[in-house]
Design a protein around this ligand. Structure first.
Ligand SMILES: *Cc1c(COP(=O)(O)O)cnc(C)c1O
Length: 366
């Protein structure tokens, strides 16, 4: 055997130019051990609770079949989702996480040069998926309250626009869009532009004027809803999400899927989680209660933060983003800093939330 590393000629392969425009996904870092204190990962908006025993049981049982391919049609889960939402199964398309489904959306809709409009900052997978397709991301700045500027987004639509992404509640800033402003926006969007309502945090929403996305989808052929089992349902590691879209779109999403992309453990775990929703909902409600406690205490401490309808809070720290993230890290909390915009911290175990409140109380904002 020879060591090829010194003699291999330089690669001549021709990668797509589009890759040059693809930003790297910055994943939330794992918790870092600190001497004498428990470390918490509050950087990825995961559910802090361990899986339900009933869900673990079906996953363990299914694991014995992992030599077999999964059901490519994801039939039983698709049926279960359709029943739960009271929509035809033909309108449900699944994928490996809702990021996977969104990739299917972009693949199905975008040729090079086509435009995808979304708010910024928003979910960081958006510019990656759009750039991978060679399409053009059109990023519309959030308002000063860290909300979607839906008027500006409607203004940003051109002849090249194929898709608009509306992230509600918005990751990483927290506010939901309001029903009235969303309806007014949709009235302004051409019928041949798909609007995707990304509701990854739907189960945590408590504001009364947040939209009923499935109802809006029913009334409008160009509206699709994107949902995930990763957050409230606690299945982030299994990768399963879905879209509810009118038949021609849902069919296209199934066509654009990677064959066998949704694995068999994810399929059975998602079905068991839908069946155990009442049990999961107790946990969701506890997290919502914790969020209210954290937000109230932050207000008492004098912080002025955007509203949050999700399982995280946003600290718009500007130039002090890195410093604030470092202060959290020193206290054993791994948060998610975003450049010089701000820091996102997940609502997690009570002890982690208490620790966060200690850091925010001690952090000088002068
Ligand atoms: C976490 C998140 C998702 C879900 O991603 P999965 O691929 O389903 O794990 C989708 N959209 C937003 C805005 C998110 O924050």
């Amino acid at each position: 055997m020879t060591d090829g590393s010194t003699s291999t000629p330089a690669s001549q392969v021709r990668l797509r130019k589009a890759l040059d425009a693809v930003p790297a996904y910055v994943a939330g870092r794992p918790a870092e051990a600190q001497a004498g204190i428990t470390a918490y990962k509050i950087s990825s908006n995961e559910n802090p609770y361990p899986p339900l025993p009933s869900v673990l049981d079906v996953v363990r049982e299914q694991a014995g079949q992992m030599n077999r391919y999964p059901d490519m049609g994801v039939t039983a889960l698709t049926e279960a989702i359709a029943q739960r939402l009271d929509v035809p199964a033909a309108r449900v398309a699944t994928g490996p996480g809702s990021v996977g489904v969104l990739g299917q959306v972009i693949t199905a809709f975008c040729d090079p040069g086509d435009e995808v409009v979304f708010a910024w900052r928003s979910f960081e997978a958006y510019p990656i998926l759009v750039a991978l397709a060679g399409a053009t991301p059109v990023q519309v700045p959030l308002t000063s309250e860290a909300r979607h500027d839906l008027d500006a987004m409607a203004d940003a639509i051109t002849d090249r626009t194929k898709v608009v992404l509306v992230c509600t509640p918005n990751n990483p800033t927290g506010p939901s869009v309001r029903t009235a402003e969303l309806e007014a926006f949709l009235d302004r969007v051409r019928d041949d532009v798909l609007v995707v309502l990304d509701e990854a945090y739907l189960e945590f929403v408590t504001s009364d004027d947040a939209p009923d996305a499935v109802a809006i989808h029913r009334a409008r052929p160009n509206v699709a809803v994107l949902r995930t089992f990763s957050k409230a349902y606690g299945l982030a590691g299994l990768r399963i999400g879905y879209a509810v879209a009118h038949e021609p779109v849902a069919e296209a999403l199934r066509k654009a899927a990677i064959p066998f992309g949704v694995n068999s453990l994810a399929q059975v775990a998602a079905i068991a989680s839908l069946e155990a929703f009442d049990e999961l909902d107790v946990r969701v409600k506890e997290l919502v209660t914790e969020r209210a406690r954290v937000v109230a205490e932050l207000e008492r401490q004098g912080w002025e933060l955007p509203d949050t309808d999700a399982n995280f809070v946003w600290f718009p720290m500007g130039e002090r983003t890195a410093e604030f993230a470092a202060a959290c890290q020193a206290a054993g909390l791994t948060v998610r800093p975003y450049g010089t915009d701000g820091v996102r911290a997940t609502i997690a175990e009570r002890e982690a939330n208490d620790r966060l409140l200690e850091v925010t109380a001690a952090f000088s904002r002068d």
